[in-house]
Design a protein around this ligand. Structure first.
Ligand code: SF4
Ligand code: SF4
Length: 145
C-alpha cells in the first residue's frame, strides 16, 4: 500500500457515486452544523432519518456521476475534497477492499496487496483519500455542474 496521491478517481467514478450513502450520524451532524450546502445533495431514506442517498442533484433529482464537492487543483493533477472536515463516513473509511480499488485503478494499491493489507494500512493512515482543499486554488473548469 502507498499513500493516497489525491488522483481523484474515487470521487469522480460514477459507479461509486451511484452507491454512496450517508449514515444517520452524518445527516445529524450536517443538520447541527447548518450545512444546507451539503444537505441539498441528500435524499433522506426514511423519516425519522436513518441515512441518505448521496449525491442527488437538487436541480434534476438524479444521482450525480461525480461528487459535487470534489475539485481539481489549478494546473495540477490533484483533486481536493471541499468538505473534508465533515465528509461522510463512507468517504472516511475508503479504501476498504482491494476490488473497489482495482475498479478505479487506485494509486494506493501495490501488487499483491490484500484486503488485510488495506485494513492495516488504513488503521495506521486514517483518512487516506482525497484530502482537504486549499483555499482559492481550484480549477473552475473542472467544477461539477
Ligand atoms: S484513494 Fe486512491 S483513487 Fe482515491 S484519490 Fe487516493 S489514490 Fe486516487
Ligand atoms: S471524499 Fe469528499 S470529494 Fe470525495 S466523494 Fe467524499 S465528499 Fe466527495
Amino acid at each position: 500500500m502507498k499513500p493516497c496521491t489525491q488522483c481523484g478517481r474515487c470521487c469522480t467514478y460514477d459507479r461509486f457515486m451511484l452507491s454512496l450513502q450517508a449514515t444517520a450520524e452524518d445527516v445529524q451532524r450536517w443538520i447541527e452544523e447548518g450545512r444546507d450546502d451539503i444537505l441539498q445533495y441528500c435524499d433522506m431514506i426514511t423519516s425519522p432519518v436513518t441515512g441518505a442517498d448521496l449525491w442527488i442533484s437538487p436541480r434534476t433529482g438524479n444521482e450525480m456521476p461525480r461528487c459535487p464537492f470534489v475539485r481539481k487543483r489549478r494546473n495540477l493533477p490533484i483533486y481536493d475534497c471541499r468538505i473534508y472536515e465533515t465528509r461522510p463516513e463512507v468517504c472516511r473509511e475508503y479504501p476498504k477492499e482491494v476490488h473497489h480499488m482495482q475498479s478505479v485503478d487506485c494509486e494506493m494499491l501495490e501488487d499483491g496487496d490484500t484486503d488485510a493489507d488495506v485494513a492495516r494500512f488504513m488503521g495506521r493512515e486514517a483518512g487516506a483519500e482525497v484530502g482537504a482543499a486549499p483555499d482559492n486554488d481550484t480549477d473552475e473548469i473542472e467544477k461539477n455542474p
